[in-house]
Ligand binder design. Sequence first.
Ligand code: GTP
Ligand code: MG
Length: 370
Amino acid sequence: PEVITVQELANRMAEKATDAIRVLMKMGMMVTINENLDQDTAELVVRELGHLPKRVSEADVEIGLVGEEDNLEDMQVRPPVVTIMGHVDHGKTSLLDALRETDVASGEAGGITQHIGAYQVTLSSGARITFLDTPGHEAFTQMRARGARVTDLVVIVVAADDGIMPQTIEAINHAKAANVPMIIAINKMDAPGASADRVRQELLQHDVQVEAMGGDVLDVEVSALKRQNLDKLEEAILLQSEVLELKANPNRAAEGVVVEAKLEKGRGPVATLLVARGTLRVGDIVVAGAEWGKVRAMVDERGRQLDEAAPARPVEILGLNGAPSAGDDFSVVDSEGRARDVSQYRQQQQRKRRQFTTPTSIEGMFSQLK
Ligand code: GTP
Ligand code: MG
C-alpha cells in the first residue's frame, strides 16, 4: 500500500506540518515530519484539518480516501454513470422506467425489479449503462455537497410540449457547475403541441447549443410513454462516454459511494453502493461513512444475488451495522480492527460537528439544548 510522509501530506493540503503533527498527537501518534503514514491515517488527518480527501489519480472519480494511484495499464473501460434531471412532470420517472426495460434481461421470468436507487442496463450490444434512480436534483446536490462526483453524464429531460422551465435551468446550471457533460432528451414528442425546435431555441437562450444549432451538446427526441427512440438516447450516452474515456481499475479493493441507505425491518441496515473502483465482494469488510460491516449479501436491482460487483455497478448490500448517509464514501479495508477504528473516529467527528454547529435561530438553539 502507498504511504505518504507527514510533510508531503501537509504540503498537499497547504497546511503547516506542525498542524498535521498536532492532529496525529491527538490520535495518540508521536511522529516527525518524515514519518510515513498509511492511507487510512492520512485520510483521518485530512478530514480532521477540515479538508475533503480527494483522489489524485486518473480515475476521475473524486471520492473518499487518499488512495493508491492506479497504474494506467490497470485501467479498464467501465460503464458510464448517468443521472436524469429535469423540470417537474417532464417525464424523468417515466424515462427511467422505460430505459430500465431496455435491459436485455428485462424479459426474463422472475426478474423482480426493486428500487435500490440505481440500476444498470445491459444493451443487446453488450454495452452497459448505469442510471442513478434517485430523486435527481436532491441526490446530485447532496453528493456534490459532499464532494462525491458519481455522475459522468447528466441527461436533462425537457418536455417538448412545455419547453424550458425553472428546474430545467437549475439542472443545466448544476451540470455546468459540476463540469459534467449533458445530453438533452426532448421528451413527450408524441404529445399534442410538441415542438423539438422550440426546445432547441429556448436552450440557446440559456447557453446550451445543441448540434442542430451549431453546438456540441447532443440531443435526442424521445417519447418515454411510447418507448420511442430510447435506443438513440442510449447511443448518445455511449457516444458521449467514449469521449470521456471512462476507466477504472477493477483489480483492487473496492471504493465508491453510498447512493442510499435505510434501516429495513427484518433486514437491518441496507445500503445501495455504487462501486467506483475495484471489485466489491461478499465477505469484504467495508467502511461506509461512519458505519462499517462485513458484506453479508449483495443483490442487484433485479434481486439477483451477486458474489462480486465491478466498477459502475450499483448493488444493495447487507451487513453494515448502521445506515450511512447518501453521498458518503465507502471503501474496503483489510481488517475489522481498522474498520472499527475508522468508524469510531468518524462517529466521534460527527458528534463534534453536531456539538459545534452554530444555532441559526432561537428554535435551533432550543433543539441544541435538548
Ligand atoms: P416529477 O417526479 O413529479 O418531477 O415528474 P417526472 O419528471 O418524474 O415525470 P413523470 O415521469 O412522472 O411524468 C409526468 C407525466 O407526464 C405523467 O403523466 C406521464 O405519463 C407523462 N409523460 C411522461 N413521458 C411522457 C411522454 O413521452 N409522452 C407523453 N404524452 N406523456 C408523458
Ligand atoms: Mg418523478
